[in-house]
Design a protein around this ligand. Structure first.
Ligand SMILES: Nc1ncnc2c1ncn2[C@@H]1O[C@H](COP(=O)(O)OP(=O)(O)O)[C@@H](O)[C@H]1O
Ligand SMILES: [Mg+2]
Length: 344
């Protein structure tokens, strides 16, 4: 969908921001550009919608050379979301979201109807549409920023550290929300971050850059974690590469057995069969039940916290389906690593 071919960007002051970049970003996927500050991520992103022009090389979107298209038109057909949301402070939230549909010539009524629909899409209450950006929390403002980027229903969405300014809890919520949205919308997303965990969570493919605008490696997260191309990538991914890989593998394939009976600890459930806690001689230890789409990392974590080493497994309704032992989780964790290494 987006193709960089031998793209170079040198600013007039002599800084090379992007060096000989050749990179394909597949349609309907999230490509994350990651790397420390100043390595050329924003410049790369902004060359896609011609906010920055390359010095040499070609960039194609949907097979068409971007320099052959009208810059303003191109920009309207590509969603753009940035940190601090970039909202107009003197316009209501609804009018902020309606900006692009209005520019595209939709009537005011239609643009506002579309904006109201998008408020709901990004998980905001209808009333927030009448407010001004400063009356919303940082996380809510970022949601508005995403809604505005989606307003013209563009096939391509560029996101430059959109969740960089919110606290970790809200950030996780926004990431979840984006993943949920992306399942429905299937946009081609280019997402910039300097946070490795965010990259691993969101990316179908991760492109790692180093200073001077050099692309070091581009691969799906599991491949990157299992086989970093060099020490730079390994260092950048951090010491807990193994655990990060486990965060990408789900519990679905891990077998479960019946909950133990007549043992020192028993698993107490409510009337509907939902696990409440482990109990032994009047002592209660909280239980965090896990679903099939939870990760091996979450399972490992829970097995360490569990007094029995057993993890309670539940179905989509939260009803107990069985338990899995710490040993079984370990075995699958080892297997996940081996498979990731062999697969690449
Ligand atoms: N307009 C500009 N003029 C000169 N240098 C710039 C300009 N924009 C960015 N740079 C430089 O280009 C390099 C890459 O910047 P940028 O793409 O913003 O990196 P990142 O988004 O990865 O932090 C940096 O050294 C930055 O200082
Ligand atoms: Mg940047």
């Amino acid at each position: 969908m987006i193709q960089f071919d031998a793209v170079h960007k040198r600013f007039p002051n002599g800084t090379t921001a992007v060096h000989d970049l050749t990179l394909d970003m597949p349609e309907g996927g999230v490509t994350v550009l990651v790397g420390s500050s100043g390595c050329g991520k924003t410049t790369t992103l902004r060359m896609i919608n011609r906010m920055v022009e390359p010095t040499s090389g070609t960039i194609k979107v949907g097979g068409k050379d971007v320099t052959r298209q009208d810059a303003a038109e191109l920009r309207r057909s590509i969603g753009y979301a940035i940190q601090q949301s970039g909202l107009f402070p003197h316009r209501t939230v609804l009018d902020n979201i309606a900006t692009v549909p209005l520019l595209l010539g939709h009537g005011r009524k239609k643009a506002r109807a579309r904006a109201a629909e998008l408020l709901e899409t990004v998980g905001l209450a209808p009333e927030s549409g009448k407010r001004y950006p400063h009356q919303l929390s940082g996380g809510q403002q970022q949601r508005v920023g995403v809604a505005r980027a989606l307003a013209a229903d563009p096939p391509v969405l560029l996101m430059d550290e959109p969740f960089g300014a919110v606290d970790p809890v809200v950030r996780t919520q926004l990431q979840d929300e984006l993943l949920r949205l992306q399942k429905e919308l299937n946009k081609t997303i280019v997402f910039v971050t300097h946070d490795v965990d965010e990259a691993v969570r969101l990316g179908d493919r991760i492109a790692i850059f180093r200073t001077g605008g050099h692309l070091v490696q581009c691969a799906p997260p599991a491949e990157l974690l299992a086989r970093p191309a060099d020490d730079f990538v390994a260092d950048f991914l951090g010491a807990e590469r193994g655990l990060k890989l486990l965060s990408l593998t789900t519990l679905a394939e891990v077998p479960q057995g019946p909950a133990p009976e007549g043992t020192a600890w028993s698993l107490v459930c409510d009337a509907a069969g939902r696990p409440l806690h482990w109990a032994s001689d009047g002592t209660e230890v909280p239980v965090r039940p896990l679903k099939n789409d939870d990760s091996l990392l979450a399972a490992l974590d829970e097995s360490v916290a569990s007094p029995t080493g057993l993890v309670a497994r539940v179905d989509a309704d939260g009803v107990l389906s069985g338990v899995t032992s710490r040993d079984e989780i370990h075995r699958h964790a080892g297997r996940a690593h081996t498979e990731a290494r062999v697969a690449v």
